[in-house]
Design a protein around this ligand. Structure first.
Ligand code: SF4
Length: 349
């Protein structure tokens, strides 16, 4: 065996040994063998852009309500979107429901190429499912793995330009021996030891080989290109109330929070809204009071929503409900403490 290959083999062995002792116990995880592909697929879709801690309760809720893919495929889409409320990135829920229809009728693919054909399954998710559920060799590289590899090799190319290079570096280490455990071991190292801030290098099985550790400033990797400022957008949400219920509408399928329930709103634009402008979009004529504002940061912009409330009886498409199945930004607006009694509420200028 050549020296570089012997070094790689040492890295593989030390990480898998570490994983056997320190891997996370996650509800969807099975060690040293094949896991249930339904659980792996469901968890990997939920874990896109979301931490394992946030996913845990949603995963349990989904499994409780829809214990197999046939049950999920047969559920009304609105029920799936409602159960997803609060987890964010709502196109995932729409795609999950669409993919369930395919999986229920055609069965689970075994390889990456088969998973890539499903809605909501990109390169990373397909590789992760093939490795974890079917123990297929795969190069599973997400943001956590990029960070670990960038530090191990002290890669100077900044992200996002370094992605291809880091992927190639990760492929050099990927192994056909226990590929599912390998993928999860790398994820766990990134999530619990090689963390974005203050990595816990003394606990790391790779510290002797790690080039970033040797520099004395491992957290300065991966290098990153300067970020552009996140644009600001502004809108107005209307909280129409009647007998303790609030008026909800279904958002259009296309666009942000597509298909989810929400409060009626104006469009979200670069400029702020005057009261007169905003009230042209109110769902009913009423004594609207501005009760405050909520702020929510999406991936591509930050949103400030002024919230107006009133006793009102809108008509048109919508229904009376509560905040329980709303996405976070609307939940904040729906639950904002206020009184809409004129004597207790300050009318804005
Ligand atoms: Fe990350 Fe530190 Fe381990 Fe290097 S030694 S891989 S920086 S935790």
């Amino acid at each position: 065996m050549s020296k570089p290959e012997a070094t790689r083999e040492n890295l593989r062995k030390s990480l898998l040994d570490w994983y056997d002792r320190n891997g996370r116990n996650l509800p969807w995880r099975v060690r040293c063998g094949r896991a249930d592909p339904y659980r792996v697929w469901l968890s990997e879709v939920m874990l896109q852009q979301t931490t394992a801690a946030a996913v845990g309760p949603y995963f349990e809720k989904f499994l409780g309500r829809w214990p197999h893919v046939g049950a999920l495929a047969g559920a009304p889409r609105e029920a799936v979107l409602g159960a997803w409320a609060g987890l964010g990135y709502y196109s995932r829920a729409r795609n999950l429901h669409a993919a369930a229809q395919v999986l229920a009728s055609e069965g689970f693919p075994r390889d990456e190429a088969g998973w890539r054909k499903l809605p909501g399954v990109g390169a990373y998710t397909a590789a992760a499912i093939a490795a974890i559920a079917f123990d297929q060799p795969a190069n599973v590289v997400d943001g956590n793995v990029e960070r670990v590899i960038a530090r191990l090799r002290a890669t100077e190319t900044p992200l996002p330009g370094a992605k291809a290079e880091l992927r190639a570096r990760a492929a050099e280490l990927a192994t056909a021996h226990r590929p599912g455990d390998w993928a999860q071991a790398l994820m766990d190292l990134g999530a619990t030891v090689c963390t974005p801030k203050a990595p816990r290098c003394p606990l790391c099985p790779w510290r002797r080989a790690c080039a970033a550790f040797a520099t004395g400033a491992p957290e300065s990797y991966p290098r990153r290109a300067a970020k552009l400022a996140r644009p600001e957008r502004f809108g107005v949400a209307f909280r129409a109330e009647h007998d303790g219920a609030i008026w909800l509408v279904r958002r259009p399928d296309k666009g942000l929070l597509g298909g989810m329930a929400g409060l009626p709103t104006t469009e979200w634009r670069a400029g702020t809204w005057s009261r007169a402008e905003a009230l042209k979009h109110a769902p009913a004529r009423a004594k609207w009071k501005r009760i405050g504002a909520v702020r929510h940061v999406f991936t591509h912009f930050a949103l400030t929503l002024d919230v107006y409330a009133a006793e009102a009886e809108p008509c048109g498409e919508g229904w009376w409900g509560d905040a329980s199945a709303l996405p976070t930004v609307f939940k904040k607006a729906a639950e904002m403490a206020c009184s809409i009694q004129p004597s207790l509420t300050q009318e804005p200028p």
